[in-house]
Design a protein around this ligand. Structure first.
Ligand SMILES: [Zn+2]
Length: 267
């Protein structure tokens, strides 16, 4: 695979992203650049040739080091929310940011091998970085008319025995999600069936019990102009889910399920 850097001037890029540059010791990860990963070849016969997928690895490892930056309010679709949160962790201390980063990279490799161009909303997993904020994550890919966006997370429920994955999709929140809520629902159904197909179980602690959750309070979803879902791949506070999430084989299974979801949705 090759990486293409779009070398916009920092100020211009910051303006596009709505990010404040300067005044902080470390830049938000999003201020660096857009980076697309495209396949070397494979031709137009590859199943995802010509498709652009946005992968959003939830949080950033260093968010907890930048409380002022990540608490700043940003637009989230008709209201404001904090830029980001620290994310959760397993009881053993494996951070959600690292989990989402590792699964995202595995998913990217799979999608590129299928012919897709992949955009990531962050480009590092580092203690000295924060962000990007949810508004930047939400808008990422809009300008290039990407085909879909998957936001990857792990949940942190302390409810006894709470485990399994669930898929979050937008409600019809005019005017923000009116254009995407129907295809996003279809993407959510494809994601649920694909994750089940690779042997994962739907969450036993989310209302409804069907592994689906429809929400209107998430900037990452509300600001997207393309079909989008957020997946809570497991409950990091549950020992059985944590066992899978901390293992290389387990993360490969999540990536395989998500790649299958993309193929089903775009196929
Ligand atoms: Zn999260």
């Amino acid at each position: 695979m090759r990486s293409v850097r779009y070398a916009l001037p920092v100020a211009a890029l910051a303006a596009v992203l709505g990010v404040v540059v300067g005044g902080t010791a470390a830049p938000a990860d999003a201020t660096r650049d857009f980076r697309f990963t495209s396949p070397d070849g494979g031709g137009s016969s590859a199943p995802l040739a010509g498709r652009t997928i946005v992968i959003d690895p939830g949080h950033q490892l260093g968010n907890h080091n930048f409380p002022r930056e990540i608490d700043r309010l940003v637009p989230a679709g008709g209201f404001e929310k904090p830029c980001n949160t620290t994310g959760t962790a397993t009881n053993g201390g494996y951070p959600e940011a690292t989990f989402t980063w590792q699964v995202a990279r595995l998913l990217r490799t799979r999608l590129v091998s299928l012919g897709a161009t992949v955009m990531m909303t962050r480009h590092s997993n580092r203690e000295d970085r924060w962000g990007p904020c949810v508004d930047v994550r939400g808008r990422d890919g809009n300008k290039v008319h990407a085909d879909l966006k998957i936001s990857i997370h792990g949940d942190g429920s302390y409810a006894a025995g709470a485990r399994g994955f669930h898929v979050i999709a937008p409600t019809d929140r005019r005017p923000w999600t009116h254009d995407i809520y129907r295809p996003s629902r279809r993407l959510a159904l494809d994601t649920r069936s694909s994750l089940k197909h690779v042997g994962l179980r739907v969450a036993n602690y989310i209302a409804g019990g069907d592994g689906l959750d429809f929400r209107s309070d998430l900037g990452t979803i509300n600001l997207s102009d393309m079909p989008t879902v957020m997946v809570e791949l497991g409950n990091m506070r549950n020992a059985r889910d944590a066992h899978r999430m901390t293992s290389k084989a387990g993360r490969a299974t999540y990536a395989r399920g998500l790649a299958l979801a993309v193929r089903r949705f775009l196929g």
